[in-house]
Design a protein around this ligand. Structure first.
Ligand code: ZN
Length: 348
């Protein structure tokens, strides 16, 4: 029971901060600001989104030519958007295809900062022996394009006001090898995220406090926001973890505000103010196991094109993608802009 109280004390201040953003009645001025979030300051850039998606939407099974091209494209794009980019490269034997070289791509703004907001998706496409043309549009070409488009549409802020802050950095993680090569198991899946989580857990940097050694790099991630299976018509996103429920509620609120301001298309509410009855295994697993708070933005139920040849450009639903981009962009901006103290959502 004693441990339980400690957990509550450590969790609540930060959670309260986010819950307050959502639940406390806003002043008129705040309401006006919230209503405008992401609509006037940070405009859409559909040309950039479409160009980016075109470059990613090719078969990109680990070890293939398309995979290498997409990896290089991600690195170039991140560099062009002012991120410091690293490739976390490693070799590993996998079922069916044997030894492969994997490369996680990680872009960072303010790498010296104390803590990070990490946004992530996977860029490999699944290997189907009978479908070499599989492009995984929702899985996860669109999420990758969303991350880059978020950085592009916020670049005015990121490269001016946000740049050089020491409290917070922004990390964009493109995991490699999320997909199983044979059947999804704990070992045959999330190859890249396991490698990166373990590397971040073994390395330390950042400021030393009161004679203690510098924190483990994985402990500098305030929250890992993982996007997956996005791009189909009318997606639904539930909240999966209690410690990030306040953040999920912020998405619900931002979507409501943008809809009320007439900034969204159609009437589908994507973000549901409800806790999911189940969990979805994904790239966040190794981070979750090391106590990193996770906001898992995966549409449930899964898109009906999931792991079929129909998961392609023809079956994407553009209004849903544009809406997601608008809500997500506002969320990221609000997180960075309102951040004044470390956010500790960790369970222990
Ligand atoms: Zn998949």
């Amino acid at each position: 029971m004693e441990n339980g109280s400690v957990i509550l004390i450590r969790r609540w201040p930060a959670m309260l901060c986010w819950l307050l953003l959502c639940l406390v009645p806003l002043t008129n001025q705040q309401q006006a600001r919230a209503g405008n979030v992401g609509t006037t300051q940070w405009s859409d850039d559909e040309t950039h989104f479409n160009r980016t998606l075109d470059s990613i939407l090719v078969p990109r099974v680990v070890g293939s030519r398309g995979h290498q091209q997409v990896r290089d494209y991600l690195v170039q794009s991140l560099n062009g958007l002012g991120f410091q980019t690293e490739v976390d490269k490693f070799k590993q034997r996998v079922p069916v295809l044997g030894e492969l070289t994997f490369s996680n791509v990680v872009g960072t703004i303010n790498p010296q900062a104390q803590n990070f907001l990490a946004l992530a998706c996977h860029y490999d496409s699944k290997y189907f022996p009978n479908d070499p043309g599989f492009v995984g549009a929702t899985d996860s070409a669109v999420p990758c394009a969303i991350l880059l488009n978020t950085a592009k549409t916020l670049s005015g802020y990121l490269q001016k006001q946000f740049q050089n802050r020491n409290d917070l950095g922004l990390m964009l993680i493109f995991f490699d090898g999320e997909e199983a090569f044979k059947d999804w198991t704990e070992t045959d899946s999330v190859y890249g995220s396991k490698h990166l989580a373990s590397k971040l857990a073994r390395t330390r940097s950042g400021a030393q406090v009161a004679g203690k050694q510098a924190p483990r790099n994985i402990d500098r991630i305030e929250v890992l926001v993982l996007l997956d299976l996005i791009g189909a018509r009318n997606p639904k996103f539930s909240s999966f973890y209690m410690n990030t429920h306040g953040l999920h509620s912020s998405l619900v609120q931002i979507e409501m505000n943008l809809r009320a301001a007439g900034k969204l298309e159609g009437n589908n509410n994507m973000f549901l103010n409800q806790i999911s009855g189940g969990l979805v295994d994904d790239d966040h697993r190794p981070f979750l196991e090391d106590n990193v708070p996770v906001l898992h933005l995966v549409s449930t139920p899964f898109p009906d094109v999931w792991h079929t040849p129909r998961d392609n450009a023809a079956n994407l639903h553009w209004p849903s993608i544009r809406n997601f981009n608008r809500v997500f962009r506002s969320f990221v901006y609000e997180y960075l802009h309102r951040h004044t103290a470390p956010v500790n959502l960790r369970y222990y």
